[in-house]
Ligand binder design. Structure first.
Ligand code: GDP
Ligand code: ADP
Length: 206
């Protein structure tokens, strides 16, 4: 059987590097890419919307989702749970659409166990100084939370080698176009493999 499933893309990177900004810009341009909206116990930030940015859950609700195995992966990040709904991802891929996850590294490593064929992209800051400026200038976290996120950032960067691609987010436009190139080339790669496989089957039938 030729694999006609969609491709799973996973974007990670330290808090404040610009994942959300880059992803929103990418989705303005990408037609057939589906974003998997995560579940979280974190409080809704001003300007965020239920069902668009996240599905906001209580700790108890989230733990029920874990028990019922409704999450493809989940992790705790700075005292909150975050997780990916399993059914949405599996159904959307099976329908032939690409799925895009924007998740932190512990969760990404769980996804890698189940989907080793996924394409793992790490968004990297131009410098740690710039990373700090971006988290602070976003103004959504208290000083203590900014420090906790910067501590996490160091741990996340250590995991960078486990990713297939590293993209530096110097300018949003250039980071987006690099990710678009990755998506395109992954499709070419899979089309080529599918063609080779088809040829192999045809040769065998002769
Ligand atoms: N493992 C996992 N991480 C997630 C998920 N959704 C979001 N995250 C990550 O959780 C971290 C914190 O997210 P958030 O509180 O929105 O902060 P922000 O990324 O700094 O805007 C980020 O690294 C997100 O990419 C998820 O479903 N699973
Ligand atoms: N390439 C960039 N250059 C300058 N500022 C950026 C860039 N990308 C994102 N930002 C800014 O950095 C802050 C953090 O971006 P955000 O997308 O919220 O990061 P993340 O989702 O990784 O936590 C925001 O204020 C955003 O406008």
């Amino acid at each position: 059987m030729i694999d006609e499933k969609g491709i799973l893309f996973i974007l990670s990177g330290p808090s404040g590097v610009g994942k959300g900004t880059v992803r929103r810009e990418l989705f303005e341009k990408a037609n057939d890419l589906k974003y998997s909206i995560s579940m979280t116990t974190r409080e809704k930030r001003a300007g965020e919307t239920e069902g668009i940015d996240y599905f906001y859950k209580s700790k108890e609700e989230f733990e029920t989702l874990i028990e019922e195995k409704q999450l493809l992966e989940y992790a705790q990040f700075v005292n909150n749970y975050y997780g990916t709904p399993r059914k949405y991802v599996e159904d959307t891929l099976a329908d032939g659409h690409d799925v895009f996850l924007e998740i932190e590294v512990q969760g990404a490593m769980q996804v890698k166990e189940n989907f080793p064929e996924g394409v793992f992209i790490f968004l990297f800051p131009p410098s740690l100084e710039e990373l700090k400026n971006r988290i602070v200038s976003r103004g959504t976290e208290s000083k203590e939370l900014v420090l906790q996120r910067l501590r996490e950032a160091r741990k996340e960067i250590e995991m960078m080698d486990a990713y297939n691609y590293v993209v530096v987010n110097d300018h949003v436009d250039s980071a987006v176009s690099k990710i678009q190139s990755i998506i395109q080339s992954e499709h070419c790669k899979r089309d080529r493999i599918a063609k080779q496989y088809k040829q192999l089957l045809e040769d065998e039938m002769k």
